[in-house]
Design a protein around this ligand. Structure first.
Ligand SMILES: [Fe+2]
Length: 218
């Protein structure tokens, strides 16, 4: 097996009481690991198996794309969660939150709306568009992510029901609210933004957005 499951950047119970140990264990050990093992099996005998994960995401379609994107998305998700509640960012990211959303409250309202409105399974994203120097909040369906598009992901939230069902049943809104109020790793978002605007730093990113733009996935 080429791929290995990266360790969580926190202990299984570190996000309690907002996300339980059981919820994180189930999500990480069953879903994240499951996508990774299926991807490994799907690429058996393929020369794509030796490519970096991001390259696999950006050069495949169908089943392999879905599996590779889900592996990438989940690693990106974990790094965007913080066991300690962090203050909203200052500096460039803080300035962008202010100019694009009117501040943290406006960001919360917009993110909650977009994440809640995503029909079915998918992901909500805070992304940075370097062409207009602005933040956007978007969502994608199923496994899709912004890699290979014109924008860089800074944060994501998994809105597949498996991400919150054990703790919140079908109450996606409460789950989103806990993320917004208690769990956002602004340091991760800040570091991703810094790497977007300073390509020389990108090598330190746990999972890196690729250089924009290539194509737009819906
Ligand atoms: Fe998930």
């Amino acid at each position: 097996m080429k791929f290995s499951l990266p360790p969580l950047p926190f202990t299984m119970d570190a996000l309690e009481p907002h996300l339980s140990r059981e919820q994180i264990y189930y999500h990480y050990e069953h879903h994240h690991r499951g996508y990774l093992e299926k991807l490994d099996a799907a690429l058996k005998g393929s020369d794509k198996r030796d490519l970096p994960l991001e390259e696999i995401v950006c050069t495949t379609q169908g089943k392999v794309y879905n599996l590779a994107a889900q592996v990438w998305n989940h690693e990106f998700l974990w790094h965007g969660l913080s066991p300690q509640k962090l203050e909203p960012p200052t500096g460039k990211l803080g300035d962008l939150l202010q100019s694009c959303f009117g501040g943290k409250d406006g960001f919360n309202d917009r993110f909650e709306h977009v994440a809640e409105e995503r029909f079915g399974s998918g992901w909500a994203w805070l992304v940075y568009d370097p062409h207009v120097d602005r933040l956007e909040i978007t969502s994608t369906d199923d496994a899709k992510n912004p890699l290979g598009t014109d924008v860089f992901p800074l944060l994501t939230l998994d809105v597949w029901e498996h991400a919150y069902y054990l703790d919140y049943k079908d109450d996606r809104k409460t789950y989103i609210g806990k993320f917004l109020e208690h769990l956002i790793n602004w340091d991760f978002a800040n570091s991703n933004l810094a790497k977007c605007t300073n390509p020389a730093q990108r090598s330190a990113t746990p999972v890196q957005p690729r250089d924009p733009p290539r194509q737009t996935r819906g």
